[in-house]
Design a protein. Structure first.
Lengths: 341, 326
C-alpha cells in the first residue's frame, strides 16, 4: 500500500516501514470484512453458515504475510483472512459468500469451501482436520520435486481431536515434510470448552510425540506470531521438517452467526477483547513513531472502500443458472502430455 | 505375453510410472514387501523410495496426502491393502476428493487412483471379503471401475491413472492368480464408462462385473449345452458412470435380464441396473429383471456359510433356468 500520512519518518529501509503498515492494513481489512459479512448475514444477504474469525486476525496476517506465492495453504472455516492476504479479489470472495456465479466455487458451496488454487489456497470441507493429510500431501510433492515451498495447514484445537490430524502429523514427522501446522486454539469446539476436549493444556505438546517441534505463541500478538514464523519457516524451507505453532486466541462471536455462545462466561469475552490484536499492534506502531490516529483513519477509509466495492461487486453479480448445478463435477478425461523420465 | 491378473496390475503401474514421472505409489507395505498381494512388486527397485512410499497404517492419510499431491499436478496411485479398509478413508474419498472440483468451481482437479483389493471366496471372513463398491457408486465426482479380466485389469488401471478425476479401482482378490491371459505388447488402455459384451446371446442376458464374470460365463456355457439356451453376458467394467447404452441394448435384445454380482443384494449395483431397464426398456421385457447377489448378511467365515452366502456358477445356472422358464 502507499504510505498513509502519519507514517513514521525513519532511517530504516522504507520496505520495513511499509511492511509494518501493510500488516496493520491486513488485520484491519480482515476485521472490516468479517464485520461486514456478519452484518450482511443479519440482513439475509449472506446465506448459510457464517463463521466469524473476528479476534483471530493476527494469526492470519502473521502467518500468511511471510509466505511465498508457491506455498500451499489449507485454511479452516474461520480463516476468511487467508483469502484476502493471499491476494484473492475481495469481490470474488464476497460473491462466494453470497452464492454468486462470480464466486470462487461459482455458487457450488458456501463460505470458505471454495478454494482458489491459483493463489495456493485449498478449499477445506466441513470435516475439520481433514485438510491436514491433504496439506501433508502437498508438502510431499514439494519434497519429491525439490521445491522450496511449504504447505500450511490451519486447524483448531477442536479439530486436533480428530484421527486425521494424528495420521497427518505422524506421517509428516516420519518423512520430515515441509508442512507447518498452525493451531488456532480459541478454547471452544463449538460449545465444548478446552478442558472437555483434551487432558493437556497445549496442543503444541503433541508435536514432540511426532518427532518435531511445537511452539506456543499468543495468537493475539501479531509480532509474536511473526517472530515465530521467522524462526520456523526458513528452517523448514531448508528441509528441517514440520513444525507446529499453536496460537492461543479467542473468537468473539459464536461458533457461527446462529450461535449466541451463551455457554461462555461474559467476563471471559471481555478479558479477551481487552487483548484484541488490533489495538495491541497499534500500540506498537505508535511506539515506533507513527501518528496512529491519522494512520488508523486512512486505513479505515481504505478498508471500508475495499469492502464496499466487494459488496457492490457481489451484489451486482448474477446468481448461477439452476442447471449449472450439474457442471464442474468431473474434469475432462485424459492426462496432459507427460514429462518423460 | 501371458500374465496373471495381479501381474497385469503390476505391469500397468510399471509402465505408467515410466511414462509419467508424476505417477507415484503410496500405501501400506507397497515398497519393500511389494504389497500384501505383490501388486507393487519390483516398483521400489525400479523407481526408488521417493515414488514408492510405504506408509504407516493410516488410510485417511494415504488418500488425503494423495489428494494434496494431486491438486499440485501429481498422479498418485493409492493402495488400500484390503478394500475393507477403505472405510477408514471414506471421508477423504467422498468429501475431500469427490467434491474437490465442484467446490473449486471447476478450477482444480484431483487425479488420484485408489486401488482396492476386494471380494470374497477366499475365506477372508468379515473384514477381508468385502465388496464396498456400492458405497461409492452414488457419489458424484468419482469414477468407479471393476475389471474382470487380465486385459481390463491393465487397460483400466492405465485409464484410471491418466484420468483427471478420482477413480476407485476395485480389483478382485480371487482373480489375482486364478486367471491368466496373453496380453499384447506395448501400450493399450480400456476406456472408462464402456461395458463389454463378453458373449453374444439371444434368449436372456446376464449383466455382471468383477468377480462374477467368470462364473456367469461358465453358467452361460452350461445352460447353452444342457438346455440349448442362448445367453448373452455383459461385463459392466465401469460401475460409475454406468454404460446405460450397453445395458439397454442387451435388455432390448433379449428381453430377459439377470443381474449378477458378488456385492450384497440390497443397495447393490443390480438395483440401479434394474431401474434403468425398468424405466427405459420396460416394453421390451419378457419377464422380471432378476438379481442374483450375495445374501444380505456379512461374509461369514466358515466354508458352508460362505458358500451359502455367495453367488456361484450353480446358483447362476439355477437363476437362468428359472428366468428362462418365466
Amino acid at each position: 500500500m502507499s504510505q498513509p500520512e502519519g507514517a513514521r519518518a525513519s532511517a530504516e529501509p522504507a520496505a520495513r516501514v511499509e511492511q509494518e503498515l501493510q500488516l496493520y492494513y491486513w488485520m484491519k481489512l480482515i476485521r472490516a470484512f468479517e464485520d461486514r459479512v456478519s452484518r450482511l448475514h443479519r440482513q439475509n444477504k449472506v446465506l448459510g453458515g457464517v463463521y466469524s474469525g473476528a479476534g483471530q486476525e493476527a494469526i492470519i496476517a502473521g502467518t500468511c504475510a511471510p509466505l511465498s506465492e508457491g506455498d500451499f495453504v489449507a485454511p479452516l472455516h474461520r480463516d476468511l483472512g487467508v483469502f484476502l492476504v493471499r491476494g484473492v479479489d475481495p469481490g470474488r470472495l464476497m460473491a462466494q459468500l453470497m452464492g454468486k456465479e462470480t464466486g470462487l466455487s461459482r455458487g457450488k458451496d458456501s463460505f470458505l469451501h471454495g478454494g482458489d488454487m491459483k493463489h495456493g489456497i485449498f478449499g477445506s470441507t466441513s470435516m475439520l482436520g481433514s485438510s491436514l493429510p491433504i496439506a501433508v500431501g502437498a508438502a510431499l510433492k514439494f519434497k519429491m520435486k525439490r521445491e522450496k515451498n511449504i504447505a500450511v495447514a490451519f486447524f483448531g484445537e477442536g479439530a486436533s481431536s480428530r484421527g486425521d490430524v494424528h495420521e497427518a502429523m505422524n506421517f509428516a514427522g516420519v518423512h520430515k515434510l515441509p508442512v507447518l501446522f498452525v493451531c488456532e486454539n480459541n478454547r471452544y469446539a463449538y460449545s465444548t470448552p478446552l478442558e472437555k476436549q483434551m487432558a493437556i493444556e497445549d496442543v503444541a505438546d503433541r508435536a514432540q510425540a511426532y518427532g518435531f517441534r511445537g511452539h506456543v505463541v499468543s495468537g493475539n500478538d501479531l509480532l509474536a506470531v511473526l517472530d515465530m514464523m521467522e524462526r520456523v519457516v526458513p528452517r523448514m524451507r531448508q528441509g528441517d521438517g514440520p513444525s507446529l505453532i499453536e496460537c492461543k486466541t479467542y473468537r468473539y462471536r459464536g461458533h457461527s452467526e446462529h450461535d449466541a455462545a451463551l455457554y461462555r462466561d461474559k467476563e471471559e469475552l471481555i478479558e479477551w477483547q481487552s487483548r484484541d490484536p488490533i489495538p495491541l499492534y497499534e500500540l506498537f506502531l505508535e511506539k515506533k513513531g507513527h501518528d496512529i490516529k491519522r494512520v488508523r483513519e486512512q486505513v479505515d477509509e481504505r478498508t471500508q472502500k475495499v469492502v464496499q466495492e466487494a459488496v457492490d461487486f457481489a451484489e451486482q453479480s448474477p446468481l448461477p443458472k439452476p442447471e449449472e448445478a450439474l457442471e464442474d463435477l468431473l474434469a475432462p478425461s485424459g492426462s496432459p502430455a507427460p514429462k518423460a523420465k | 505375453m501371458e500374465m496373471t491378473y495381479v501381474k497385469a496390475i503390476n505391469s500397468a503401474l510399471f509402465e505408467e510410472m515410466r511414462r509419467d514421472e508424476n505417477v507415484f505409489v503410496m500405501g501400506e507395505d507397497v515398497a519393500e514387501l511389494g504389497g500384501a498381494f505383490k501388486a507393487t512388486e519390483g516398483l521400489l527397485q525400479a523407481y526408488g523410495e521417493e515414488r514408492v512410499i510405504d506408509t504407516p497404517i493410516s488410510e485417511a492419510l494415504i488418500v488425503g496426502a494423495g489428494i494434496g499431491a494431486a491438486v499440485l499436478g501429481m498422479r498418485p496411485v493409492l493402495e488400500m491393502q484390503f478394500a475393507d479398509f477403505i472405510s477408514c478413508a471414506f471421508d477423504q474419498i467422498v468429501n475431500s476428493a469427490a467434491t474437490l472440483r465442484y467446490r473449486h468451481g471447476g478450477r482444480a482437479e484431483c487425479p488420484i487412483v485408489v486401488r482396492a483389493p476386494s471380494g470374497a471366496g477366499i475365506h477372508g471372513a468379515l473384514f477381508h471379503s468385502q465388496n464396498p463398491e456400492a458405497w461409492f457408486t452414488r457419489v458424484p465426482g468419482l469414477k468407479v471401475v471393476a475389471p474382470a479380466t487380465v486385459y481390463d485389469a491393465k487397460g483400466l488401471l492405465k485409464s484410471a491413472i491418466r484420468d483427471n478425476n478420482p477413480v476407485i479401482y476395485f480389483e478382485h482378490k480371487r482373480l489375482y492368480r486364478s486367471i491368466k491371459e496373453d496380453l499384447p505388447e506395448g501400450d493399450f488402455t480400456v476406456p472408462i464408462g464402456v461395458a463389454e459384451v463378453r458373449k453374444e446371446g439371444s434368449d436372456l442376458s446376464l449383466i455382471t462385473y468383477g468377480g462374477t464374470l467368470g462364473q456367469s460365463l461358465d453358467a452361460a456355457r452350461i445352460v447353452e449345452k444342457e438346455d440349448g439356451l442362448s445367453v448373452e453376458v455383459v461385463d459392466l467394467r465401469t460401475l460409475l458412470p454406468l454404460d446405460r447404452d450397453a445395458i439397454l441394448a442387451t435388455a432390448r435384445k433379449t428381453g430377459k435380464i439377470l443381474v449378477v454380482h458378488e456385492d450384497r443384494l440390497t443397495g447393490g449395483i443390480g438395483g440401479e441396473v434394474a431401474a434403468i431397464i425398468g424405466e427405459h426398456a420396460f416394453e421390451y421385457l419378457d419377464g422380471p429383471v432378476r438379481r442374483l447377489a450375495a445374501l444380505d448378511t456379512h461374509t461369514a467365515f466358515s466354508p458352508p456359510m460362505e458358500e451359502f452366502i455367495l453367488p456361484s456358477t450353480n446358483k447362476i445356472v439355477g437363476a437362468i433356468r428359472s428366468l428362462a422358464a418365466y
